[in-house]
Design a protein around this ligand. Structure first.
Ligand code: ATP
Ligand code: MG
Length: 414
C-alpha cells in the first residue's frame, strides 16, 4: 500500500460537519458589518514580500520569523500573514481615497504564519476583520470597537473583556521608548532571547512578552512605575479620553492595560484587544487599533485608518456547536426511476432532497430517511398508480397522502 500523506503540521481540514459553524460566523459577519456600512473586499492570498516588510514592519516577529516566502520569476512573494497590508495596497491602487470618507471594508480568509502550532495557534488560520479609512476622530475608534463587541454578541459571546491602550503618536512615543530602555537596561541579561533582540529595534514590544520571567520583571515597582507613567502628548491624550467617553456612553465595558502594545509596527494612538477567559493561554479573539501612517508608508495619500482582526478558529472554539441541517425530504420507493424524477421535481421547487441510489430494501430506505431527513416522501405501487405521494413527518410520525399535482401547497400542511 502506498503511504498515507497527512495534512501539513499547523494546518487543518475544515470538515463538512464544521461548516455550519463557519457559515454562521461568515453570514453573521456579512449581516452585522453591512449594518455599519462595511463592504466586503477580497485581496489575493499572496502579495510581493515588500508589502509586508513595509506594511507590517521589519522589526516584527511576523516579518522576521513567520512569513511563508517563495520566489517565482525572480520576484519574492509571500503568503499573507495578515490582511491589513493587502487591503491598504488595494485601497491605494484602486484610488479609494477619492471616495467620500469613511471608506469601510471588511474581509475574511486564510492567513499564514510560521508559528509554533499549539491549541489556538495554527500556521494556516482564518481571520475576519474590518478596516475604516479617512476618519481621524476617536468616533471611528469607538465605532470599530462597538462593531467588534456587537459582532461577538451576535455570535452569542458576551463574557469577553475589552482592553484598550494608547500608544501615542511617533513623537510622544519616542521619549517613552527611551525611558523604557533605560529602566530595563540593568535587567537586559534577565530578559528572554526575543526581548533581548527587540530591545534596540522595538522596545515597546517587550511589554506584551508572554514569557513569565519577563512579566515578573515588568512587575518590579520601579519598572512598573515607568511603564504605567502617562507619556502621551496633549492631543493624543484628548483623543484617548474622548474614546473612553464614547465607550462609556455606549455601555462598552473596557479595562485599560498599559502593557498592551500589539505585535504590529503600524499602530499609533488607540490599540485594543478582546480576550476570553475560556481560551487558555491563546486568549485573544480580536486585536486592532489605529494606523494613521500606514497608507502613506505604502505610497498613498495621508489617510487615517482604524481596524481590527479576529481569529475565526478561536471564535469557533467558543461558540456552541451547530448540528448540520437535515434534508427536507428523503424519497422512499422501490422504483428508482420514479424516485429520481420526484427528487428532481422537489429540488426544482427549492427543497433539499435525497433518495436511495442503490435500490435498497424499502425498510432500509425508511430507516435512512428517519436519520437524515425531516420528511419521508413515500412512493409505493399505489401512490405511483394514482399519481400520489405519502408524506410522513419524521418527528411526529403523522402521515398524509397528497396529490402530486398540488405537491407544494399540500406539503406545507403535513
Ligand atoms: P496572539 O497574541 O494570539 O499571537 P496577535 O497579536 O499575533 O495574536 P493579530 O495579528 O492581531 O494577533 O491577529 C488577530 C487575531 O487573529 C488574534 O487575536 C487571534 O485571535 C488570531 N490569530 C493570530 N495568530 C493566530 C494563529 N497563529 N492561529 C490562530 N489564530 C491566530
Ligand atoms: Mg501573534
Amino acid at each position: 500500500m502506498a503511504n498515507i500523506l497527512k495534512v501539513v503540521k499547523g494546518t487543518k481540514d475544515i470538515l463538512p460537519q464544521d461548516m455550519p459553524m463557519w457559515h454562521f460566523l461568515e453570514d453573521t459577519a456579512n449581516r452585522i458589518f453591512s449594518k455599519y456600512g462595511y463592504k466586503e473586499i477580497r485581496t489575493p492570498i499572496f502579495e510581493v514580500t515588500e508589502l509586508f516588510a513595509r506594511g507590517v514592519g521589519d522589526t516584527t516577529d511576523i516579518v522576521n520569523k513567520e512569513m511563508y516566502t517563495f520566489e517565482k520569476s525572480d520576484r519574492s512573494l509571500t503568503l499573507r500573514p495578515e490582511n491589513t497590508a493587502g487591503v491598504v495596497r488595494s485601497f491605494i491602487e484602486n484610488g479609494m481615497s477619492r471616495l467620500s470618507s469613511p471608506v469601510k471594508l471588511w474581509y475574511k480568509g486564510p492567513m499564514f504564519r510560521y508559528e509554533r502550532p499549539q491549541a489556538g495557534r495554527q500556521r494556516q488560520f482564518h481571520q475576519v476583520g474590518i478596516e475604516m479609512f479617512g476618519i481621524k476622530e476617536p468616533t471611528a475608534d469607538a465605532e470599530a470597537i462597538l462593531l467588534a463587541v456587537n459582532y461577538l454578541k451576535s455570535l452569542g459571546l458576551n463574557d469577553l473583556e475589552v482592553e484598550i491602550n494608547s500608544l501615542g503618536c511617533p513623537k510622544c512615543r519616542e521619549e517613552y521608548k527611551k525611558k523604557i530602555k533605560e529602566i530595563l537596561k540593568p535587567e537586559f541579561n534577565n530578559l528572554c532571547e526575543d526581548c533581548q533582540n527587540r530591545y534596540e529595534k522595538n522596545p515597546l514590544r517587550l511589554l506584551d512578552c508572554k514569557v513569565e520571567s519577563c512579566q515578573k520583571i515588568f512587575e518590579k515597582p520601579e519598572i512598573k512605575a515607568v511603564i504605567q507613567s502617562d507619556f502621551i502628548c496633549e492631543e493624543c491624550a484628548e483623543h484617548y479620553s474622548k474614546l473612553k467617553t464614547y465607550l462609556k456612553e455606549l455601555n462598552v465595558k473596557f479595562t485599560e492595560n498599559k502593557l498592551l502594545v500589539r505585535g504590529l509596527d503600524y499602530y499609533n494612538r488607540t490599540v485594543f484587544e478582546i480576550k476570553s477567559n475560556n481560551l487558555g493561554s491563546q486568549n485573544a479573539v480580536c486585536g486592532g487599533g489605529r494606523y494613521d501612517s500606514l497608507v502613506r508608508n505604502l505610497g498613498g495619500e495621508d489617510t487615517p485608518a482604524v481596524g481590527w482582526a479576529m481569529g475565526m478558529e478561536r471564535l469557533i472554539s467558543l461558540i456552541e456547536p451547530i448540528e448540520p441541517e437535515k434534508f427536507d425530504a428523503y424519497i422512499v420507493s422501490n422504483s428508482t426511476t420514479d424516485a429520481i424524477k420526484l427528487a428532481q421535481e422537489l429540488r426544482e421547487q427549492g427543497l433539499c432532497v435525497e433518495f436511495d441510489l442503490q435500490n435498497k430494501k424499502f425498510t432500509k430506505q425508511l430507516e435512512k430517511a428517519s436519520k437524515v431527513a425531516r420528511y419521508a416522501f413515500i412512493l409505493g405501487e399505489d401512490e405511483i398508480a394514482n399519481n400520489m405521494v405519502s408524506v410522513k413527518n419524521l418527528s411526529t410520525s403523522i402521515q398524509k397522502t397528497i396529490d402530486r399535482n398540488n405537491l407544494r401547497s399540500e406539503f406545507k400542511n403535513v
